[in-house]
Design a protein around this ligand. Structure first.
Ligand code: SAM
Length: 247
């Protein structure tokens, strides 16, 4: 996954989820006077760079070597006070010998985990790598959101075009989409890529039970779109704090 789209991820504007996540992440970093932040499934690193610019120590992990290669390429040009560190790791399994003030995971990266056990490990791992009282923020695509994958769509943006053939099974809660992309590059060059993405929907009740079991408190869930409800929204943001009694 993300093998062939990685080099076009930013060009296609997929890194712009940064602008949705940042207004939610920034106040948490400020309120908690965070000095360190762990970005799970950091992709090409857009948020990691923004957080680093505040002088916060950032570690970004991602499973995809191709996405990390793009992040590392950007790192060479980065002039911030503190440079983020990028590490290849699976967020359901990694183990670092340290804890952070905040942990985040954005742009439905959590839905890329395809088993309930894996999802719980992701939440447990976030807790394990947080200092007591530290915050965890992430978003998930809901059933209402993934239902839109059950379609054939064509979209054009600038000189690029995407053909998306997707499906969503509401019984198994698995979604898949195959994207064929047509990209115009400088000098009149053109390229094409094909990539299939799989996601699983985790109902609100299940997400809440994982967070509680992993020792989180003050859990808040909010629809991505103001005025929507948890049931109708396509995306939910969760914020939770590691209990101060935890290890
Ligand atoms: C939609 S992208 C989001 C990237 C970034 N968070 C952003 O907002 O642009 C999903 C990312 O999750 C990563 N990913 C999926 N499963 C993962 C896992 N188990 N551990 C670490 N990264 C994972 C993919 O490689 C990809 O970079």
């Amino acid at each position: 996954m993300y093998k062939s789209i990685a080099k076009y991820y930013d060009l296609l504007g997929w890194n712009e989820f940064h602008d949705v996540a940042w207004p939610r992440l920034k106040p948490l970093l400020e309120q908690n006077k965070s000095k360190s932040y762990l970005d799970l499934a950091c992709g090409t690193g857009s948020l990691a760079f923004t957080v680093s610019r505040l002088g916060i120590e950032v570690v970004g992990i991602d499973k995809s070597p191709e996405m990390l290669q793009m992040a590392t390429r950007r790192l060479r040009l980065f002039k911030g006070r503190a440079k983020p560190q990028f590490i290849q790791a699976d967020m359901t399994r990694f183990s670092f010998d340290r804890q952070f003030d905040g942990v985040g995971c954005f742009f439905d990266a959590a839905n890329h985990i395809l088993s309930e056990g894996g999802f719980f490990n992701f939440v447990k791992n976030a807790a394990r790598h947080l200092k007591p009282g530290g915050f965890f923020i992430f978003d998930v695509n809901t059933a209402a959101g993934l239902r839109h994958w059950d379609a054939v769509l064509f979209s054009e943006r600038g000189k690029h075009a995407l053909l998306m053939k997707g499906s969503y099974d509401r019984h198994t809660r698995f979604a898949a989409v195959t994207i064929t992309g047509f990209v115009s590059l400088s000098g009149g060059k053109k390229d094409k890529f094909k990539e299939t993405f799989h996601e699983k929907c985790y109902p609100h009740k299940y997400v809440m039970s994982c967070l509680k079991k992993a020792g989180f408190r003050d859990i808040e869930a909010s629809p991505a779109k103001e005025g929507s409800t948890l049931r109708r929204t396509g995306r939910v943001f969760y914020t939770a704090y590691k209990s101060t009694g935890g290890k």
